[in-house]
Design a protein around this ligand. Sequence first.
Ligand code: FES
Ligand code: MG
Length: 574
Amino acid sequence: MNDDTKPEPHGLTRGLTNYGDMDFARYLRLSMARSMGLSGSLLKKPVVGIAATYSEFNNCHRLVPELVAAVKRGVLAAGGLPLEFPTISLGEVFLNPTSLVFRNLMAMDTEEMVRGQPMDAVVLVGGCDKTVPAQLMGAVSANVPAIQVVTGPMMTGRWRGERLGACTDCRRFWAKFRAGEIDAETIEEVEGNLATTAGTCAVMGTASTMASLAEALGMMLPGTAAIPAVHADRIRAAEASGAAAMMLAAKKLRPDQIITEKAVENALRVLLAIGGSTNAIIHLTAIAGRAGIKVDLNRLNELSDTTPVLVDLKPTGPFYMEDLHVAGGIGAVLRELKPLLHLDALTVTGETLGERLAAEPGFVDRAVVRTLEEPLQPEGGLVALFGSLAPRGAILKRAAADPKLFEKEARAVVFTSLEDLAARIDSPDLDVTADDFLVLQNAGPLSPSGMPEAGYLPIPGKLARAGVKDMVRISDARMSGTAYGTIVLHVSPDAASGGPLGLVRDGDRIRLSVRNRRIDLLVEDAELARRRTEMGEPGPARPKRGYARLYKDQVLQADEGCDLDFLRAEPQRD
Ligand code: FES
Ligand code: MG
């Protein structure tokens, strides 16, 4: 074969299997590629892989096929060959025991398929809570030029003159139902009106937060995080992302040049300013961990002290993601935060964040996105707590909590597992008052439940009926980004790994001080040692086989992002 007839070592001829005769490997692959019916000239183009996550078990991804088609148009128009491939898809409410357990599996799937298949760049199409972090984790590890597209948020629905959106309103109505304020017929009617379009939850829940952070990290095209799923701009964003992927491939601009320490800090600032989901701390820690960057909870507190809350979306405010989009989107938030951001961070457009912000138009609806001078709250939405109950930290979303409960010492009412919680929370005999702290054990990463969103413990039935709306609740679980309340989460180490949370007993005193960033179990060390001996070795049995076994052996605590230990990068040198 004459050398100048050989295709460049890009596109479909990347990463050929070595049979000892590389020309044969190329010939074999192209022969098979021919069966796809593509023209010979297309087969020589740069390849943009499209990680497609359509699944009928994922309502939030219903319009992924439409987005994939648009990405393909963008790639073709820019002179490339788009090739769609499937990966695992994670529909938040359809996975048992919890979607978080499968996030790392999806990240591995994404990483290996991006690395193992011949592509010059990849467009990641995700949306629901765990899919965007999984895709970004995989992309960082594969380190192939990559760009994120999200499915976008749902539109709100209307019901009896009220505006409803998943899923803060889901919780609001369920609380009314539990309190006996509405009947079974009404709650069924509400159920039919909460999620009425394709797309991700309509509030600043985890999916919206992760979309916002993907844009803040520079991994998504400017202005695209908040476009509603059903808006025509969403399709145009996908097409533009396909074209951008071609540029990324040409420049060989890789995730490790974009997801840097500065970009991660920018994302943390945005997380705090949007009053984002507590889950995002875990996900951002895991994404950064893939790049060898540590997210330190003490640093989170420093940033939180100097980052005001600017965005007034549910679950903390009255607005929805569609409002944020028309109010100016994440660009409006970034422009406001400009003095606090690292403007030299690179983005997928090839521009720095500073260049992006300088070029943007200025309209902002101030009802939805406030100014730095007149913020909604002077400090960030999230805060980390440390103390004898949580030596490696815990998270409180203070933006969604009741400040009246922030400095308080109280009696613990302990539930030892999710099963125990379900069995007793509504019992008329439960010894509990509104002044107590509810404690849930064994719902962390090493528990059999795998850290579900169970940290939003229901108010005990008898108290709910008496009108109690909030109590301090403490657990090693997570909570949905759409939830609210004075809820201390992600207590690390978790009870199942032998953390002090597992040593709490009914009647113990616990002191919470948000001002001092403390959460302490007021029990003598000798007594805790006695309880520890009495309990014996921590942890449930090791699963016999499969992914569950790998997960149990390798999963890290919440403060390390719940990634699998062997998937993290070696930390970068200082
Ligand atoms: Fe997918 Fe809420 S269920 S974003
Ligand atoms: Mg959620």
